[in-house]
Design a protein around this ligand. Structure first.
Ligand SMILES: Nc1nc2c(ncn2[C@@H]2O[C@H](COP(=O)(O)OP(=O)(O)OP(=O)(O)O)[C@@H](O)[C@H]2O)c(=O)[nH]1
Ligand SMILES: [Mg+2]
Length: 212
């Protein structure tokens, strides 16, 4: 077990949550985290990039739990059934973790920034907020977020009120928008078979494998 001193660092106090609980309708309903990019499940790229940045990783999946379990992480399903959207996954993560902070990332962004967590923490501390969200220079990337776990009661009440939209929940809070305009491509995500093929080509050209 890591020492208590180590755990007081931002990394030591942050759990990674990989959101893989969606329906992937634009991918024909395939379970996106398990869809392969050049022969490797998409989620493996995300896990390799995130692992050095956090204390532990939780995978949020609503299908194929056994297969996701083979990646060596805790796997949790949404605490509320019905595919209520990414906020449902974030709440499930916040209810499950043992750290003070949760960083959420989607399973379909294999080029995830290797300094995502440190930059989100820096932005959050500078702004003195409980929530920090990535911005790629053009738009907010709402599922790339650092959350203080004490926000869970507010999120639970929001969802219990029938709300679903992530932007509307963020609008209830003061949050830090953290600038990643120097690396906008790091947020490329794979929603369709065409995007999958295009990213496979990029990965081949740059000889990118998980963890490289
Ligand atoms: N836990 C959970 N995660 C979700 C849910 N809906 C979407 N997500 C996640 O939110 C992230 C961004 O969503 P999308 O890229 O639109 O994925 P998706 O909803 O599976 O795909 P589409 O059905 O094609 O929109 C992905 O990591 C999804 O796994 C949900 O109902 N529950
Ligand atoms: Mg997506």
């Amino acid at each position: 077990m890591a020492s208590s001193q180590h755990n007081k660092t931002p990394r030591g106090e942050t759990t990674g949550l990989v959101l893989a609980g969606g329906r992937a309708r634009r991918m024909g309903g395939d379970d996106k985290g398990l869809v392969e990019l050049n022969g490797v499940p998409m989620i493996e790229y995300v896990l390799c990039a995130l692992q050095p940045q956090v204390r532990e990783i939780v995978i949020n999946a609503n299908r194929n739990r056994e297969r996701y379990g083979r990646f060596g992480c805790v796997v949790i399903s949404d605490s509320q059934a019905g595919y209520l959207g990414p906020l449902a996954g974030m709440l499930s993560g916040m209810l499950a973790v043992r750290t003070s902070w949760l960083v959420s990332v989607p399973c379909d962004s294999p080029l995830l920034p290797v300094d995502l967590v440190s930059r989100l923490h820096t932005g959050l501390e500078a702004a003195g907020t409980r929530l920090a969200v990535a911005h790629d220079g053009e738009r907010l990337q709402p599922v790339f977020a650092l959350l203080d776990v004490t926000l869970r009661d507010d999120l639970q009440a929001f969802l219990a009120g029938g709300e679903r939209k992530i932007d509307r929940w963020y609008a209830r809070h003061v949050y830090a928008e953290v600038d990643f305009s120097d690396i906008p491509d790091a947020f490329s995500n794979v929603n369709t078979p065409e995007q999958r093929r295009a990213l496979e080509t990029v990965l081949q050209e740059t000889r990118t494998r998980p963890g490289s």
